[in-house]
Design a protein around this ligand. Structure first.
Ligand code: ZN
Ligand code: ZN
Length: 277
């Protein structure tokens, strides 16, 4: 028995940790103007976790807080990190028309735009509020809600203003499942994503929500992989303490699903990087 060989074997079987987090909210859920004090904590957390590439993607309704000059200063102060300027553009019926205009105006300064659907029928409440948003599903036809959710996603993609789709099956957040196979609902949207050469994210946020499952589900990951759609890695952190949350678990999932590359973006230009780099 060669006992000394065992540790080496175990090491080689340890999945490689993702090196990038492309969904973060330094401002949390309010406008907080970007300052070095606000942002440096995120850079420090990234370094501590071994992340080398992070994107700030505050909600478009808080775009007033985004300051590209401060982001440049942060880059100068942290030359060992790649820090991307981003935004999460959603379908907020009240604020997002202004958000879209802001994205168009600042397109050349942005590296990365996430697209997401947080609103269904109610303009005053995101359906992914926990627990209140669950009431929007009560007594409703869940299949129709899924179809409607993915239709809204395609509307957002059609704006041409997004590089990647955030938490693509967010509609499952409270645990409601359609009666038919999820592929039936998501296929057309994935086709559209492929045709537009966009990406989708693997988001650990699903593991801290009532559904307790990665966004997206294994079936959607498989279908996206079949179509050749690439992935970013993301935590949807609303505090620097959440940055890279559950990335060891994500690494195991990626190994299981045969994903060995991660997308990064610079000025909307995508690069597919092997995990070992
Ligand atoms: Zn979101
Ligand atoms: Zn988010």
């Amino acid at each position: 028995m060669s006992s000394e060989a065992i540790p080496t074997l175990q090491q080689s079987n340890t999945p490689l940790l993702p090196f990038s987090d492309y969904h973060t909210h330094p401002q949390g859920h309010r406008v907080q103007r970007y300052t070095q004090e606000l942002l440096q904590r995120w850079a420090d957390s990234a370094r501590r976790l071994g992340l080398t590439d992070i994107a700030f993607t505050d909600h478009d309704r808080y775009h007033a807080g985004v300051d590209f000059g401060e982001l440049n200063r942060l880059r100068e102060r942290n030359p060992d990190l790649r820090i991307r300027a981003g935004i999460e553009l959603d379908n907020d019926p009240v604020h997002s028309p202004a958000g879209r205009k802001w994205v168009e105006k600042n397109w050349d300064q942005l590296d990365f735009v996430l697209g997401s659907v947080h609103f269904l029928e109610r303009p005053d409440q995101m359906f992914d509020s926990v627990p209140d948003g669950a009431s929007q599903f009560e007594g409703r036809n869940i299949d129709e809600m899924y179809a409607d959710y993915f239709r809204r996603l395609r509307e957002l993609i059609a704006t041409g203003l997004v590089d990647s789709l955030a938490h693509i099956d967010l509609i499952k957040i409270h645990g409601h499942r359609p009666t038919a196979e999820i592929r039936m609902f998501v296929n057309e949207t994935l086709e559209f994503i492929r045709a537009r050469n966009l990406t989708i994210e693997l988001s650990t946020a699903g593991w801290r929500k009532p559904v307790n499952e990665l966004y997206p589900s294994d079936s959607i990951i498989e279908l996206a992989t079949e179509k050749g759609i690439p992935f970013t890695t993301a935590s949807d952190a609303h505090s620097h303490f959440q940055l890279g949350e559950n990335f060891a678990k994500l690494a195991r999932k990626m190994a299981e699903m045969g994903i060995s590359q991660v997308c990064i973006f610079e000025k909307h230009r995508r690069a597919d990087v092997p995990l070992q780099l």
